[in-house]
Design a protein around this ligand. Structure first.
Ligand SMILES: [Zn+2]
Length: 555
Protein backbone atom coordinates (compact mmCIF):
# COMPACT_ATOMS: atom_id res chain seq x y z
CA UNK A 1 0.00 0.00 0.00
CA UNK A 2 1.74 3.13 -1.11
CA UNK A 3 0.26 6.04 0.72
CA UNK A 4 -2.84 7.16 2.51
CA UNK A 5 -4.54 10.37 1.79
CA UNK A 6 -6.87 10.32 4.75
CA UNK A 7 -6.74 13.34 6.94
CA UNK A 8 -4.86 13.39 10.17
CA UNK A 9 -7.91 13.53 12.37
CA UNK A 10 -6.75 11.85 15.52
CA UNK A 11 -8.04 11.62 19.00
CA UNK A 12 -11.26 11.31 20.79
CA UNK A 13 -14.47 10.87 18.89
CA UNK A 14 -17.14 10.19 21.44
CA UNK A 15 -20.57 9.71 20.08
CA UNK A 16 -23.50 9.00 22.24
CA UNK A 17 -26.00 7.75 19.74
CA UNK A 18 -29.52 8.57 20.81
CA UNK A 19 -32.86 7.45 19.57
CA UNK A 20 -31.82 3.88 19.04
CA UNK A 21 -32.20 0.91 21.33
CA UNK A 22 -28.58 -0.01 21.08
CA UNK A 23 -26.99 2.97 22.77
CA UNK A 24 -23.39 2.32 21.76
CA UNK A 25 -20.48 4.63 22.40
CA UNK A 26 -17.39 4.88 20.21
CA UNK A 27 -14.00 6.37 20.86
CA UNK A 28 -10.37 6.12 19.78
CA UNK A 29 -8.70 7.54 22.86
CA UNK A 30 -6.06 4.82 23.28
CA UNK A 31 -2.79 3.75 21.69
CA UNK A 32 -3.14 3.36 17.91
CA UNK A 33 -6.83 4.32 18.16
CA UNK A 34 -8.30 5.89 15.03
CA UNK A 35 -11.90 6.79 14.41
CA UNK A 36 -12.90 9.77 12.31
CA UNK A 37 -16.67 9.38 12.28
CA UNK A 38 -19.29 7.04 13.69
CA UNK A 39 -23.00 7.54 13.36
CA UNK A 40 -26.22 5.62 13.40
CA UNK A 41 -27.85 5.28 10.02
CA UNK A 42 -30.88 3.19 9.22
CA UNK A 43 -30.31 0.62 11.94
CA UNK A 44 -26.57 0.23 11.59
CA UNK A 45 -23.46 2.15 12.63
CA UNK A 46 -21.40 3.75 9.90
CA UNK A 47 -17.71 4.08 10.67
CA UNK A 48 -14.76 5.86 9.09
CA UNK A 49 -11.88 5.48 8.11
CA UNK A 50 -11.28 2.11 6.43
CA UNK A 51 -7.93 0.38 6.90
CA UNK A 52 -6.74 2.70 9.70
CA UNK A 53 -9.90 2.05 11.69
CA UNK A 54 -9.22 1.02 15.29
CA UNK A 55 -12.07 1.97 17.60
CA UNK A 56 -13.37 1.11 21.04
CA UNK A 57 -17.07 0.32 21.29
CA UNK A 58 -18.89 0.24 24.63
CA UNK A 59 -22.43 -0.57 25.65
CA UNK A 60 -22.43 -3.86 23.77
CA UNK A 61 -23.59 -6.28 26.47
CA UNK A 62 -26.51 -8.26 25.05
CA UNK A 63 -26.45 -6.31 21.77
CA UNK A 64 -25.93 -7.58 18.24
CA UNK A 65 -25.20 -4.43 16.26
CA UNK A 66 -24.46 -4.19 12.56
CA UNK A 67 -21.59 -1.94 11.43
CA UNK A 68 -20.74 -0.54 8.02
CA UNK A 69 -17.79 1.19 6.42
CA UNK A 70 -17.77 3.02 3.13
CA UNK A 71 -15.22 1.97 0.56
CA UNK A 72 -14.41 5.36 -0.91
CA UNK A 73 -11.64 4.03 -3.09
CA UNK A 74 -13.79 1.30 -4.55
CA UNK A 75 -11.31 -1.52 -4.16
CA UNK A 76 -10.15 -1.89 -0.62
CA UNK A 77 -13.07 -3.87 0.70
CA UNK A 78 -13.62 -7.15 -0.97
CA UNK A 79 -16.85 -8.87 -0.14
CA UNK A 80 -15.07 -11.59 1.78
CA UNK A 81 -12.93 -9.28 3.89
CA UNK A 82 -13.19 -10.10 7.60
CA UNK A 83 -13.12 -7.29 10.14
CA UNK A 84 -11.56 -8.15 13.50
CA UNK A 85 -12.34 -7.41 17.12
CA UNK A 86 -11.07 -8.28 20.55
CA UNK A 87 -12.89 -8.20 23.83
CA UNK A 88 -11.52 -5.79 26.39
CA UNK A 89 -9.14 -7.55 28.77
CA UNK A 90 -7.99 -10.09 26.17
CA UNK A 91 -5.35 -9.82 23.48
CA UNK A 92 -6.98 -12.30 21.13
CA UNK A 93 -8.13 -10.79 17.84
CA UNK A 94 -10.98 -12.67 16.18
CA UNK A 95 -13.04 -12.25 13.08
CA UNK A 96 -16.56 -10.90 12.92
CA UNK A 97 -18.87 -13.69 11.88
CA UNK A 98 -20.37 -12.22 8.77
CA UNK A 99 -19.58 -9.63 6.16
CA UNK A 100 -21.62 -8.39 3.28
CA UNK A 101 -20.96 -5.95 0.50
CA UNK A 102 -23.83 -4.92 -1.70
CA UNK A 103 -23.19 -5.19 -5.37
CA UNK A 104 -24.54 -1.78 -6.18
CA UNK A 105 -23.10 0.26 -3.35
CA UNK A 106 -19.71 0.53 -1.81
CA UNK A 107 -20.91 -0.06 1.72
CA UNK A 108 -19.51 -3.03 3.47
CA UNK A 109 -21.51 -4.42 6.41
CA UNK A 110 -20.30 -6.69 9.20
CA UNK A 111 -21.67 -8.13 12.43
CA UNK A 112 -21.70 -11.14 14.69
CA UNK A 113 -24.38 -13.81 14.70
CA UNK A 114 -24.66 -13.78 18.48
CA UNK A 115 -25.08 -10.94 20.93
CA UNK A 116 -21.97 -9.75 22.70
CA UNK A 117 -21.50 -11.08 26.23
CA UNK A 118 -19.06 -8.30 27.12
CA UNK A 119 -19.66 -4.59 27.28
CA UNK A 120 -16.54 -3.33 25.49
CA UNK A 121 -14.67 -4.41 22.37
CA UNK A 122 -12.00 -2.97 20.12
CA UNK A 123 -12.65 -3.31 16.41
CA UNK A 124 -10.32 -2.81 13.47
CA UNK A 125 -9.85 -3.46 9.80
CA UNK A 126 -6.97 -5.88 10.42
CA UNK A 127 -5.38 -7.15 13.63
CA UNK A 128 -3.52 -4.15 15.09
CA UNK A 129 0.16 -4.42 15.91
CA UNK A 130 1.08 -1.51 18.18
CA UNK A 131 4.23 0.15 19.47
CA UNK A 132 3.58 -1.59 22.81
CA UNK A 133 3.30 -4.92 20.99
CA UNK A 134 6.76 -4.33 19.55
CA UNK A 135 8.15 -3.38 22.96
CA UNK A 136 6.74 -6.61 24.39
CA UNK A 137 8.34 -8.54 21.54
CA UNK A 138 11.70 -6.86 22.13
CA UNK A 139 11.43 -7.78 25.81
CA UNK A 140 10.69 -11.40 24.91
CA UNK A 141 14.11 -11.65 23.20
CA UNK A 142 16.18 -10.01 25.89
CA UNK A 143 17.79 -13.21 27.21
CA UNK A 144 18.43 -14.74 23.81
CA UNK A 145 22.17 -14.87 23.21
CA UNK A 146 21.58 -14.97 19.45
CA UNK A 147 19.78 -11.62 19.52
CA UNK A 148 21.57 -8.29 19.82
CA UNK A 149 19.10 -5.45 20.37
CA UNK A 150 19.81 -1.75 20.04
CA UNK A 151 18.03 1.52 19.38
CA UNK A 152 18.77 3.03 15.99
CA UNK A 153 17.54 6.50 16.86
CA UNK A 154 14.37 8.25 17.86
CA UNK A 155 11.31 9.40 16.02
CA UNK A 156 10.22 13.03 15.74
CA UNK A 157 8.11 12.60 18.87
CA UNK A 158 10.89 10.79 20.71
CA UNK A 159 9.87 7.15 20.40
CA UNK A 160 12.50 4.47 19.95
CA UNK A 161 13.49 3.19 16.55
CA UNK A 162 14.07 -0.37 17.72
CA UNK A 163 16.52 -2.62 15.95
CA UNK A 164 17.96 -6.06 16.54
CA UNK A 165 20.34 -8.47 14.90
CA UNK A 166 19.98 -12.25 14.90
CA UNK A 167 23.18 -14.17 14.31
CA UNK A 168 25.39 -16.73 16.00
CA UNK A 169 28.12 -14.50 17.33
CA UNK A 170 30.44 -17.42 18.08
CA UNK A 171 31.09 -17.34 14.32
CA UNK A 172 33.01 -14.42 12.91
CA UNK A 173 31.21 -11.99 10.64
CA UNK A 174 33.75 -12.43 7.81
CA UNK A 175 31.89 -14.97 5.73
CA UNK A 176 28.37 -14.11 6.80
CA UNK A 177 25.93 -12.58 4.37
CA UNK A 178 24.11 -9.50 5.62
CA UNK A 179 20.34 -9.23 5.37
CA UNK A 180 18.55 -5.99 6.24
CA UNK A 181 14.82 -6.13 6.99
CA UNK A 182 12.77 -2.97 7.41
CA UNK A 183 9.07 -2.82 8.20
CA UNK A 184 6.19 -0.62 9.16
CA UNK A 185 7.15 2.48 7.24
CA UNK A 186 3.42 2.73 6.62
CA UNK A 187 1.77 2.54 10.03
CA UNK A 188 -1.51 1.14 8.76
CA UNK A 189 0.20 -2.00 7.50
CA UNK A 190 -0.24 -3.79 10.79
CA UNK A 191 0.15 -7.31 9.47
CA UNK A 192 3.83 -6.91 8.72
CA UNK A 193 4.45 -6.82 12.48
CA UNK A 194 3.42 -10.48 12.54
CA UNK A 195 5.69 -11.27 9.59
CA UNK A 196 8.60 -9.77 11.52
CA UNK A 197 7.75 -11.83 14.61
CA UNK A 198 7.43 -15.02 12.58
CA UNK A 199 10.71 -14.47 10.77
CA UNK A 200 12.60 -13.52 13.94
CA UNK A 201 11.17 -16.31 16.06
CA UNK A 202 12.01 -18.88 13.42
CA UNK A 203 15.59 -17.60 13.22
CA UNK A 204 15.85 -17.86 17.02
CA UNK A 205 14.54 -21.42 17.08
CA UNK A 206 16.43 -24.70 17.52
CA UNK A 207 15.42 -25.88 14.05
CA UNK A 208 18.50 -27.20 12.25
CA UNK A 209 18.05 -24.81 9.32
CA UNK A 210 17.64 -21.86 11.68
CA UNK A 211 20.85 -22.89 13.45
CA UNK A 212 22.66 -22.98 10.11
CA UNK A 213 21.22 -19.62 9.04
CA UNK A 214 22.45 -18.01 12.26
CA UNK A 215 25.96 -19.27 11.45
CA UNK A 216 25.92 -18.00 7.90
CA UNK A 217 23.95 -14.75 8.04
CA UNK A 218 23.52 -11.59 9.99
CA UNK A 219 19.85 -10.63 10.00
CA UNK A 220 19.42 -6.96 10.87
CA UNK A 221 15.85 -5.97 11.69
CA UNK A 222 14.31 -2.50 11.81
CA UNK A 223 10.80 -3.66 12.71
CA UNK A 224 8.97 -0.36 13.11
CA UNK A 225 10.33 2.56 11.09
CA UNK A 226 7.38 4.81 11.89
CA UNK A 227 6.52 4.44 15.60
CA UNK A 228 4.81 7.84 15.83
CA UNK A 229 2.38 6.98 13.05
CA UNK A 230 1.71 3.60 14.63
CA UNK A 231 1.17 5.09 18.07
CA UNK A 232 -1.06 7.89 16.81
CA UNK A 233 -3.12 5.77 14.44
CA UNK A 234 -1.94 7.96 11.60
CA UNK A 235 -0.98 7.14 8.03
CA UNK A 236 2.21 9.21 8.23
CA UNK A 237 4.86 10.21 10.71
CA UNK A 238 4.37 13.21 12.99
CA UNK A 239 5.62 15.51 10.23
CA UNK A 240 3.02 14.22 7.79
CA UNK A 241 5.55 12.23 5.76
CA UNK A 242 4.94 8.81 4.25
CA UNK A 243 8.38 7.39 4.86
CA UNK A 244 8.94 5.18 1.86
CA UNK A 245 9.49 8.11 -0.50
CA UNK A 246 12.15 9.71 1.71
CA UNK A 247 15.10 7.37 1.02
CA UNK A 248 17.30 9.57 -1.13
CA UNK A 249 20.57 7.99 -2.19
CA UNK A 250 22.79 10.20 -0.11
CA UNK A 251 23.30 9.88 3.62
CA UNK A 252 22.71 13.59 4.09
CA UNK A 253 20.12 14.57 6.67
CA UNK A 254 16.93 14.85 4.68
CA UNK A 255 14.44 16.22 7.16
CA UNK A 256 12.80 12.85 7.85
CA UNK A 257 14.14 11.90 11.29
CA UNK A 258 13.13 8.24 11.21
CA UNK A 259 14.52 7.46 7.74
CA UNK A 260 17.63 9.57 8.27
CA UNK A 261 18.46 7.70 11.48
CA UNK A 262 17.79 4.25 10.08
CA UNK A 263 19.81 4.88 6.93
CA UNK A 264 22.81 6.00 8.99
CA UNK A 265 22.40 3.02 11.28
CA UNK A 266 22.24 0.49 8.45
CA UNK A 267 25.29 2.11 6.90
CA UNK A 268 27.22 1.82 10.15
CA UNK A 269 26.10 -1.71 11.05
CA UNK A 270 26.79 -3.17 7.62
CA UNK A 271 29.98 -1.28 6.88
CA UNK A 272 28.15 0.32 3.95
CA UNK A 273 27.46 -2.86 1.99
CA UNK A 274 25.00 -5.68 2.44
CA UNK A 275 23.70 -8.64 0.48
CA UNK A 276 19.92 -8.58 0.79
CA UNK A 277 17.38 -5.95 1.74
CA UNK A 278 13.69 -6.61 2.29
CA UNK A 279 11.29 -3.76 2.99
CA UNK A 280 8.03 -5.24 4.28
CA UNK A 281 4.71 -3.60 3.53
CA UNK A 282 1.14 -4.88 3.36
CA UNK A 283 -1.68 -4.40 0.94
CA UNK A 284 -5.36 -4.50 1.68
CA UNK A 285 -6.54 -3.87 -1.85
CA UNK A 286 -4.46 -6.18 -3.99
CA UNK A 287 -5.79 -9.05 -6.01
CA UNK A 288 -2.37 -10.69 -5.77
CA UNK A 289 -1.07 -13.15 -3.23
CA UNK A 290 2.05 -12.30 -1.22
CA UNK A 291 4.16 -10.65 -3.87
CA UNK A 292 7.44 -8.95 -4.57
CA UNK A 293 8.69 -5.80 -6.19
CA UNK A 294 12.35 -5.97 -7.05
CA UNK A 295 14.63 -6.83 -9.90
CA UNK A 296 13.24 -7.94 -13.22
CA UNK A 297 15.03 -8.59 -16.50
CA UNK A 298 14.31 -4.98 -17.44
CA UNK A 299 15.92 -3.54 -14.30
CA UNK A 300 19.35 -3.34 -15.85
CA UNK A 301 21.03 -4.84 -12.79
CA UNK A 302 23.90 -7.28 -12.80
CA UNK A 303 22.72 -10.78 -13.71
CA UNK A 304 24.18 -12.15 -10.50
CA UNK A 305 21.87 -9.88 -8.50
CA UNK A 306 18.90 -10.79 -10.66
CA UNK A 307 19.61 -14.51 -10.30
CA UNK A 308 19.93 -14.29 -6.56
CA UNK A 309 16.69 -12.33 -6.32
CA UNK A 310 14.80 -14.89 -8.37
CA UNK A 311 16.38 -17.76 -6.48
CA UNK A 312 15.29 -16.30 -3.16
CA UNK A 313 11.64 -15.69 -4.04
CA UNK A 314 11.40 -19.17 -5.55
CA UNK A 315 12.89 -20.71 -2.41
CA UNK A 316 10.42 -18.82 -0.19
CA UNK A 317 7.48 -20.08 -2.24
CA UNK A 318 8.82 -23.65 -2.06
CA UNK A 319 9.12 -23.76 1.72
CA UNK A 320 6.00 -21.79 2.63
CA UNK A 321 2.93 -23.55 4.03
CA UNK A 322 1.11 -20.57 5.48
CA UNK A 323 -2.27 -20.69 3.75
CA UNK A 324 -5.28 -22.15 5.54
CA UNK A 325 -4.88 -25.10 3.18
CA UNK A 326 -1.23 -25.64 4.14
CA UNK A 327 -0.03 -24.43 0.76
CA UNK A 328 2.12 -21.45 -0.08
CA UNK A 329 0.75 -17.95 -0.34
CA UNK A 330 3.88 -16.57 -1.98
CA UNK A 331 4.27 -15.71 -5.60
CA UNK A 332 7.41 -17.38 -6.91
CA UNK A 333 8.38 -14.58 -9.25
CA UNK A 334 9.05 -10.88 -8.95
CA UNK A 335 5.98 -8.90 -9.83
CA UNK A 336 7.51 -5.65 -10.94
CA UNK A 337 10.58 -3.56 -11.34
CA UNK A 338 11.58 -1.99 -8.04
CA UNK A 339 14.72 -0.35 -9.30
CA UNK A 340 14.12 3.10 -10.63
CA UNK A 341 14.66 6.68 -9.59
CA UNK A 342 12.02 6.65 -6.88
CA UNK A 343 13.32 7.20 -3.38
CA UNK A 344 12.05 4.01 -1.78
CA UNK A 345 13.84 1.94 0.83
CA UNK A 346 14.29 -0.98 -1.54
CA UNK A 347 15.76 1.33 -4.13
CA UNK A 348 18.21 2.64 -1.53
CA UNK A 349 19.14 -0.93 -0.53
CA UNK A 350 20.24 -1.56 -4.09
CA UNK A 351 21.77 1.77 -4.99
CA UNK A 352 23.58 2.47 -1.71
CA UNK A 353 24.14 -0.99 -0.25
CA UNK A 354 24.63 -3.02 -3.42
CA UNK A 355 21.99 -5.42 -2.17
CA UNK A 356 19.49 -7.73 -3.78
CA UNK A 357 16.49 -5.60 -2.85
CA UNK A 358 12.78 -6.18 -2.49
CA UNK A 359 9.63 -4.45 -1.51
CA UNK A 360 7.51 -7.25 -0.12
CA UNK A 361 3.75 -6.82 -0.21
CA UNK A 362 1.65 -9.36 1.64
CA UNK A 363 -2.09 -8.95 1.28
CA UNK A 364 -4.50 -9.29 4.16
CA UNK A 365 -6.64 -11.81 2.31
CA UNK A 366 -4.94 -13.12 -0.78
CA UNK A 367 -7.09 -14.13 -3.68
CA UNK A 368 -6.75 -17.37 -5.50
CA UNK A 369 -8.18 -19.70 -2.91
CA UNK A 370 -11.68 -20.98 -2.75
CA UNK A 371 -13.60 -20.82 0.46
CA UNK A 372 -12.66 -18.84 3.51
CA UNK A 373 -9.27 -17.27 3.02
CA UNK A 374 -9.29 -14.96 6.01
CA UNK A 375 -5.91 -15.24 7.69
CA UNK A 376 -5.32 -15.04 11.41
CA UNK A 377 -2.14 -13.60 12.84
CA UNK A 378 -0.62 -17.07 13.33
CA UNK A 379 -0.79 -17.54 9.56
CA UNK A 380 1.09 -14.28 9.07
CA UNK A 381 3.73 -15.47 11.52
CA UNK A 382 4.05 -18.76 9.66
CA UNK A 383 4.45 -16.82 6.42
CA UNK A 384 7.14 -14.71 8.09
CA UNK A 385 9.13 -17.85 8.92
CA UNK A 386 9.24 -18.58 5.19
CA UNK A 387 11.04 -15.27 4.62
CA UNK A 388 13.87 -16.71 6.73
CA UNK A 389 13.82 -20.23 5.29
CA UNK A 390 14.20 -18.81 1.77
CA UNK A 391 17.87 -18.12 2.57
CA UNK A 392 18.56 -21.83 3.07
CA UNK A 393 21.11 -22.18 0.28
CA UNK A 394 22.21 -18.59 -0.20
CA UNK A 395 25.07 -18.51 2.28
CA UNK A 396 28.66 -17.80 1.32
CA UNK A 397 30.56 -20.69 -0.32
CA UNK A 398 33.16 -20.55 2.47
CA UNK A 399 32.20 -22.12 5.78
CA UNK A 400 31.81 -19.58 8.55
CA UNK A 401 34.86 -19.32 10.78
CA UNK A 402 35.21 -19.44 14.51
CA UNK A 403 38.13 -19.55 16.83
CA UNK A 404 38.70 -21.10 20.23
CA UNK A 405 41.00 -20.43 23.12
CA UNK A 406 41.60 -23.24 25.57
CA UNK A 407 43.28 -22.40 28.85
CA UNK A 408 44.43 -25.08 31.25
CA UNK A 409 46.25 -24.36 34.43
CA UNK A 410 47.56 -27.90 34.43
CA UNK A 411 49.34 -28.15 31.20
CA UNK A 412 49.09 -25.36 28.75
CA UNK A 413 46.96 -23.20 26.54
CA UNK A 414 46.17 -23.45 22.89
CA UNK A 415 44.28 -21.94 20.03
CA UNK A 416 42.17 -23.66 17.43
CA UNK A 417 39.88 -22.65 14.61
CA UNK A 418 37.46 -24.12 12.14
CA UNK A 419 35.93 -22.84 8.94
CA UNK A 420 37.22 -19.91 6.97
CA UNK A 421 40.20 -20.60 4.74
CA UNK A 422 43.13 -22.51 6.30
CA UNK A 423 45.97 -22.39 7.02
CA UNK A 424 45.59 -20.28 10.12
CA UNK A 425 48.19 -18.12 11.76
CA UNK A 426 48.30 -18.06 15.54
CA UNK A 427 49.56 -15.26 17.68
CA UNK A 428 49.94 -14.72 21.42
CA UNK A 429 50.82 -11.30 22.67
CA UNK A 430 51.41 -10.88 26.35
CA UNK A 431 49.95 -7.69 27.75
CA UNK A 432 51.73 -8.35 31.02
CA UNK A 433 55.30 -7.94 29.86
CA UNK A 434 55.77 -11.55 28.84
CA UNK A 435 56.93 -12.93 25.49
CA UNK A 436 54.95 -13.25 22.30
CA UNK A 437 54.48 -16.51 20.48
CA UNK A 438 53.24 -17.71 17.12
CA UNK A 439 52.67 -21.39 17.88
CA UNK A 440 49.29 -22.92 18.31
CA UNK A 441 50.08 -24.48 21.64
CA UNK A 442 51.99 -22.82 24.44
CA UNK A 443 53.21 -24.45 27.61
CA UNK A 444 55.81 -21.98 28.82
CA UNK A 445 53.90 -18.76 28.85
CA UNK A 446 54.31 -16.46 31.77
CA UNK A 447 50.59 -16.05 32.21
CA UNK A 448 48.52 -12.95 32.67
CA UNK A 449 46.48 -10.86 30.26
CA UNK A 450 47.21 -11.95 26.75
CA UNK A 451 45.86 -10.92 23.37
CA UNK A 452 45.30 -13.96 21.17
CA UNK A 453 44.68 -13.82 17.45
CA UNK A 454 43.90 -16.37 14.76
CA UNK A 455 44.05 -15.22 11.17
CA UNK A 456 42.94 -17.34 8.23
CA UNK A 457 44.35 -17.23 4.72
CA UNK A 458 41.82 -14.57 3.66
CA UNK A 459 42.66 -12.33 6.57
CA UNK A 460 39.60 -13.15 8.66
CA UNK A 461 40.62 -12.40 12.23
CA UNK A 462 39.53 -13.94 15.50
CA UNK A 463 40.81 -11.93 18.45
CA UNK A 464 40.30 -12.07 22.21
CA UNK A 465 42.00 -10.85 25.31
CA UNK A 466 42.25 -13.70 27.81
CA UNK A 467 43.83 -14.25 31.18
CA UNK A 468 46.30 -17.09 30.75
CA UNK A 469 46.94 -19.03 33.96
CA UNK A 470 50.50 -19.24 35.14
CA UNK A 471 52.05 -22.55 34.04
CA UNK A 472 54.90 -24.13 35.87
CA UNK A 473 56.08 -26.69 33.36
CA UNK A 474 59.59 -27.83 32.50
CA UNK A 475 60.77 -27.58 28.93
CA UNK A 476 59.89 -30.80 27.19
CA UNK A 477 62.56 -32.89 25.52
CA UNK A 478 60.49 -34.99 23.18
CA UNK A 479 57.53 -34.67 20.87
CA UNK A 480 54.56 -36.90 20.23
CA UNK A 481 52.32 -37.69 17.32
CA UNK A 482 48.57 -37.86 17.84
CA UNK A 483 46.41 -38.67 14.82
CA UNK A 484 43.94 -38.26 13.32
CA UNK A 485 43.12 -34.96 14.92
CA UNK A 486 40.29 -33.92 15.08
CA UNK A 487 38.69 -37.33 15.56
CA UNK A 488 35.55 -38.90 17.02
CA UNK A 489 37.22 -40.68 19.92
CA UNK A 490 39.47 -43.14 18.06
CA UNK A 491 43.06 -42.05 17.64
CA UNK A 492 46.69 -43.22 17.77
CA UNK A 493 49.58 -41.96 19.81
CA UNK A 494 53.26 -42.39 18.88
CA UNK A 495 56.22 -41.24 20.90
CA UNK A 496 59.64 -41.27 19.26
CA UNK A 497 62.54 -43.29 20.62
CA UNK A 498 64.23 -42.45 23.86
CA UNK A 499 61.17 -42.47 26.04
CA UNK A 500 60.86 -45.73 27.92
CA UNK A 501 57.75 -45.19 29.87
CA UNK A 502 55.27 -42.37 30.24
CA UNK A 503 52.09 -41.57 32.05
CA UNK A 504 49.24 -40.25 29.92
CA UNK A 505 46.47 -37.98 31.17
CA UNK A 506 43.64 -36.55 29.14
CA UNK A 507 42.06 -33.33 30.34
CA UNK A 508 39.18 -31.24 29.27
CA UNK A 509 40.41 -27.73 28.79
CA UNK A 510 38.80 -26.76 32.09
CA UNK A 511 41.24 -29.02 33.88
CA UNK A 512 38.94 -31.98 34.49
CA UNK A 513 40.79 -35.27 34.00
CA UNK A 514 38.72 -37.65 31.87
CA UNK A 515 41.14 -40.51 31.22
CA UNK A 516 44.61 -41.76 32.12
CA UNK A 517 46.85 -44.63 31.08
CA UNK A 518 50.39 -45.89 30.56
CA UNK A 519 52.64 -45.83 27.54
CA UNK A 520 55.53 -48.20 26.92
CA UNK A 521 58.55 -47.80 24.69
CA UNK A 522 57.92 -48.12 20.93
CA UNK A 523 54.34 -49.10 21.53
CA UNK A 524 51.81 -47.56 19.22
CA UNK A 525 48.77 -46.77 21.33
CA UNK A 526 45.36 -47.18 19.73
CA UNK A 527 42.75 -45.50 21.85
CA UNK A 528 39.01 -45.63 21.43
CA UNK A 529 37.45 -43.41 24.05
CA UNK A 530 33.86 -42.38 24.59
CA UNK A 531 34.31 -38.63 24.86
CA UNK A 532 31.93 -35.72 24.52
CA UNK A 533 32.72 -33.49 21.55
CA UNK A 534 35.00 -30.64 22.47
CA UNK A 535 38.54 -29.59 23.17
CA UNK A 536 40.97 -31.69 25.20
CA UNK A 537 44.59 -31.75 26.12
CA UNK A 538 46.60 -34.96 26.23
CA UNK A 539 49.48 -34.66 28.70
CA UNK A 540 52.41 -37.09 28.59
CA UNK A 541 54.68 -37.20 31.59
CA UNK A 542 57.97 -39.05 31.41
CA UNK A 543 61.19 -38.97 33.40
CA UNK A 544 62.60 -36.46 30.97
CA UNK A 545 59.70 -34.04 30.96
CA UNK A 546 56.10 -33.28 30.25
CA UNK A 547 54.45 -32.46 26.97
CA UNK A 548 50.89 -31.61 26.03
CA UNK A 549 49.05 -32.09 22.79
CA UNK A 550 45.64 -30.58 22.00
CA UNK A 551 42.96 -33.00 20.88
CA UNK A 552 39.65 -32.12 19.27
CA UNK A 553 36.74 -34.55 19.51
CA UNK A 554 34.24 -33.95 16.73
CA UNK A 555 30.49 -34.14 17.28
ZN1 LIG B 1 3.39 0.25 2.40
Amino acid sequence: MKAYKYGLVIGLVMLNVLGFAQNLQFDANFENGRLDTAYLYSGHYRLWPITNLHARVTGLQGQQPQFAIFDSLGYQLRSYHHMVYREEGTNQWQFFDTAYKAGTTSYYYFQNQQSFTVDTIYLAYWAPYTYSDLQAFMNSMVNDRNVIPWIAGTSYQGRNLYAFEISDTSYLDCYKQKVVITARQHPVEHINGYFIEGMANYLRSNDSLATELRKRFRFLFYPMCNPDGVYNGSGQNALGQGLNREWADSLAWGGTPEVDSIKQDIWFKTDSAFDYGIDIHANAGSNLAYYWWGFTSSSGVDSNLLNRAEHYVQAVALVDTSSNQGTSLYQNYIQGNGVNSSKTAANWFYRSGGAVAFTFEPTSEPLGFSGDNALGVDRYRLAGASLAKGFRDLGDSIEPMRGFVALSQISGAWLSAEGGKPPYQFYWESLAGGPSDTTRFISFFGGGLTRVRITDANGCVFERVVNVPYMNMPEHSFSIKLYPNPNEGSFKIEVPGGVEEAHLSLYRYNGQKVWEGKYKFLEKLNLDLDLAPGYYLLQIQSKTGKVGQPLIIKP
